[in-house]
Design a protein around this ligand. Structure first.
Ligand code: GLP
Length: 257
């Protein structure tokens, strides 16, 4: 297999189209006999959940799919009170589980109590039959989930420290920057790579360098998202600003592509 064969499919689309396409890929999973969804949180995926909720409302087969579906969150903050609306559990409940009618007991989130053995989450995913479609955003520093630069490609679900960059990037969701937690529990890169299909969303110029590094740079833990190229079934949906640095490289005709 040459390097070019390993390039993930990169589809250019505006945010609305990309979100619809990602929702369709999740809907495909919902009509399988044992649907298992992997759910990211963040700005990139919000419209995907709105689209999916609209599709489910319109379709009896999708509603029956939800009745047998399990969903696993990608990550969760540590140190927020249980009833804090910023937890990823609360966010996923609000943005997707409630709108589609997925009950709490089938919305799995890594335990924010760091005394619980995080690897149990990987076992729960395996017991559910593995994740069918894992939705992902990408951090401006190339992180996936909360796997920050340097995370091992075979890492499993575990507690991690957040970089200052990530805390700054996520401060927009909180009333004050110092309220952003300093730690999180995240599916590891190895856990993420275990999903049968990965669907990655990237919008806006702030993601351009990370996307270019992930798709065209060395496959190296310094850029966690470069691990995506080790997976055989990845779809990257990006708008033109996010894909701009990748497109520049193509246009320059660099033969390392
Ligand atoms: C966050 C989350 C990720 C998310 C990514 C991109 O920190 N931990 O799960 O996919 O970074 O976030 P956004 O879509 O808000 O840019």
């Amino acid at each position: 297999m040459t390097l070019i064969d390993r390039l993930p499919r990169l589809m250019l689309a505006d945010r609305a189209d990309a979100s619809r396409q990602a929702a369709e890929l999740l809907a495909h999973e919902l009509i399988t006999p044992h649907p298992v969804l992997g759910l990211a949180t963040g700005s990139s995926v919000e419209a995907v959940y709105r689209e999916l909720a609209a599709m489910v409302a319109d379709s009896e087969p999708l509603r029956t799919g939800v009745d047998r579906a399990e969903a696993f969150a990608l990550d969760e903050y540590l140190g927020l009170p249980d009833d804090d609306p910023h937890t990823y559990r609360a966010t996923l409940r609000r943005q997707l589980a409630e709108p589609i009618g997925l009950p709490e007991e089938r919305l799995h989130v890594p335990d924010p109590d760091s005394t619980v053995e995080p690897a149990g989450y990987d076992r729960a995913i395996a017991a559910a039959g593995g994740i069918g479609v894992q939705l992902l955003g990408i951090g401006a520093n190339g992180h996936i989930g909360f796997n920050e630069p340097g995370a091992a490609f075979d890492s499993r679900t575990r507690v991690v420290d957040l970089t200052d960059r990530t805390r700054r990037d996520n401060a927009r969701f909180f009333a004050r920057p110092e309220l952003v937690p300093t730690r999180a529990v995240t599916q590891g890169i190895g856990t993420i790579l275990g999903a049968r299909r990965l669907v990655v969303l990237a919008f806006g110029a702030a993601k351009a360098d990370a996307l270019a590094a992930a798709l065209t740079g060395p496959i190296d833990p310094a850029v966690p998202a470069s691990a995506l190229r080790l997976h055989p079934d990845v779809v990257v949906l990006a708008d033109r600003p996010a894909a701009s640095a990748v497109l520049d490289l193509f246009e320059a005709g660099l033969d390392r592509l």
